[in-house]
Design a protein around this ligand. Structure first.
Ligand code: AMP
Ligand code: MN
Ligand code: MN
Ligand code: MN
Length: 283
């Protein structure tokens, strides 16, 4: 009981309007307060833009905020996500990485629009730009427009039919290689976490190869519970964290109240006595 109470007060992975989330950082902190959370890391895709706003409100609400970001990378052509935590505000390595990825996102946006046109859809680029506004443009903005235009019924169908990795072709491997990103980050002494390892479409054998490479490059943690992951997957990830001597992180991967399965601060309980919880450094 005590353990589950403990970890439920922490969420080290979620998104705001600065990437593909629905709520502003201020709204997220208010929600975190409502949910009695005590420690948070806002981890928008490839942007640090929400952090200052979040920091200010977190401080006012007596919530500990750890700097965070979710970085898009690839390994052997497979797109993966890496969460960086607890970096210094002015970390120039991190700024350079996200700036590079933001340029990739802009170019990729144009390419995705062309890809959809080849599938006999109208040119949606301007509508997607409008949908994204100042946020980092991503596939969810395309999905939203596909729904708004009545081309598909919902976001899931948009991914299934048009936007999932299997539809992306060469655009799948447009991101910087993990070995360009992780060793550089490791130099800056931030925490480098492999995000939601069970969500990549690969066998356990291949996942272990990813983790080996990740550790070799300087990665030092992995998410053992993410969003609505099943207990059996969380048990597996706890074992992998122990096997590879990685710190354990947790997060809801909350994108907004519109998703029925996801809530801020909610994820499967982990065994805090078995793994090395990363947040113990910050309690
Ligand atoms: P991107 O960052 O542009 O590669 O888009 C990836 C994002 O799309 C993920 O972070 C999720 O938020 C979202 N996503 C991925 N798959 C799905 C899906 N099947 N349904 C809804 N959203 C998804
Ligand atoms: Mn997302
Ligand atoms: Mn992710
Ligand atoms: Mn995420």
């Amino acid at each position: 009981m005590q353990e589950s109470l403990l970890h439920r007060r922490i969420d080290l992975h979620f998104h705001s309007v600065h990437s593909d989330g629905v709520l502003t950082p201020v709204e997220l902190i208010a929600l975190a307060k409502e949910n009695n959370l005590e420690m948070l890391a806002l981890t928008d895709h490839d942007t640090l833009n929400g952090l200052e706003e979040a920091r200010k409100v977190a401080l006012e609400n007596n919530i500990k905020l750890i700097n965070g970001v979710e970085i898009s990378v690839q390994w052997e052509g497979i797109p993966l996500h890496v969460v960086a935590l607890n970096f210094a505000q002015g970390n120039s390595v991190l700024h350079d990485i996200v700036t590079g990825n933001q340029q990739i996102r802009q170019e990729r946006g144009k390419q995705i629009a062309l890809l959809l046109q080849k599938r006999n859809l109208p040119d949606l680029y301007d509508k997607v730009l409008e949908e994204a506004g100042p946020s980092q443009i991503g596939r969810p903005h395309f999905a939203k427009v596909l729904v708004n235009e009545g081309i598909v019924k919902n976001m899931n169908k948009a991914f299934d039919q048009y936007l999932s990795n299997k539809h992306m072709g060469k655009l799948k491997s447009i991101w910087p290689d993990m070995d360009q990103v992780i060793p550089a980050l490791a130099e800056t002494n931030c925490e480098i976490i492999l995000a939601h390892p069970r969500r990549y479409p690969m066998t356990l054998t291949k996942l272990k190869r990813v983790i080996e490479a990740f550790v070799e490059m300087g990665g030092n943690g992995m998410e053992v519970a993410s969003g609505n992951e099943k207990p059996q997957d969380v048990r597996l990830l706890e074992n992998l964290a122990v096997e590879f001597d990685l710190n354990a992180s947790v997060g809801s991967d909350f994108h907004g109240p519109t998703s029925s399965w996801s809530q801020l601060g909610k994820y499967t309980s982990i065994d805090e006595l078995k793994v090395k919880p990363i947040w113990h450094k910050w309690l």
